[in-house]
Design a protein around this ligand. Structure first.
Ligand SMILES: [Zn+2]
Length: 294
């Protein structure tokens, strides 16, 4: 049995769950993907699952997805209700636009899905050869991210099917990461395999990969250069510079997007559109993650 309800959080005062979707009779607007920053699902359960979690009344999510079929999927909150997975230090909405009110908070607008992944490499979790080279949404933070497993991708697709079974209005463009809502505060889910997961959920191989080519400064710069934005630093400089920032802001302004210098999922989609729906980026540094540690 892949899905377990053993860790459902009761909808009760003092718990990080709210009845329904606002306004009354409403529906979620999008899906927010997270990494747990834990090594396993049991730790995620202890933090947010069940009636007496460590973060009881402070944080939750709709699902926790393990790294293997054996760990499986734990439901924490029903899709009929809201979970408290994003909102703190949030500046952008589900669509990449600035927040206008408290009602735009992720916890009030989006389904939250936690995926077990330690996140970026650090002392207790050193990177392996296959870790993914990625940058934060603001481009300033470089990291090597633990890859999601093959079994986990299948589990994520199964969760996606449950989500769109309940809320069929949610399409491929209604998925983003926690970092898209809280840039500068959250780094999850840099490096996430959005294309594979969404192609599986929607059973549509034509869904473009607007993400993996622009996880790094080098990839983002190549995309801007292809769109004739410049001047830009040489391609091999894999840090995000002032020139890159200015070029991105000009691109955003031309696209009627706020020029905030943040490379969110919404911006990745705009880049894809500006390229005529036809991304042909050069191979990115992510295929050689260890180069970035030199
Ligand atoms: Zn998160």
């Amino acid at each position: 049995m892949r899905f377990s309800d053993e860790w459902m959080i009761p909808v009760a005062p003092g718990q990080a769950v709210d009845w329904g979707w606002a306004p009354s009779g409403g529906a979620p607007k999008a899906v927010t993907w997270h990494w747990t920053a834990t090594a396993d699902l049991a730790r995620c359960d202890a933090l947010i699952g069940g009636a007496s979690a460590e973060r009881q009344g402070r944080a939750s999510a709709h699902y926790g997805i393990g790294r293997s079929f054996e760990e499986g999927i734990h439901r924490y909150v029903s899709l009929a209700n809201r979970s408290w997975h994003a909102g703190k230090n949030q500046t952008l909405r589900w669509d990449g636009r600035p927040m206008e009110s408290e009602d735009d908070k992720g916890a009030r607008t989006c389904i939250g899905v936690e995926t077990v992944n330690v996140g970026f490499a650090r002392d207790e979790f050193p990177a392996d050869r296959d870790w993914i080279s990625a940058a934060s949404v603001d481009g300033r933070r470089r990291m090597l991210v633990q890859p999601w497993t093959e079994e986990q991708v299948e589990l994520m697709i199964a969760v996606g099917w449950e989500i769109i079974g309940r809320w069929p209005h949610l399409g491929p463009r209604d998925h983003h990461g926690h970092h898209d809502l809280c840039p500068g505060y959250k780094l999850d889910v840099a490096g996430f395999p959005f294309a594979r997961v969404l192609r599986g959920i929607y059973q549509d191989e034509s869904i473009p990969d607007v993400w993996s080519g622009v996880w790094t400064p080098r990839g983002r710069r190549a995309a801007l250069r292809q769109l004739r934005y410049g001047p830009l630093p040489p391609v091999d400089v894999d840090v995000w510079t002032r020139l890159d920032d200015l070029a991105l802001r000009r691109f955003q302004a031309d696209q009627d997007h706020q020029p905030d210098g943040l490379w969110t999922t919404a911006v990745s989609w705009k880049v894809w559109e500006a390229q005529g729906g036809n991304i042909s980026l050069p191979p990115d540094s992510s295929s050689h993650p260890l180069d970035d540690r030199a």
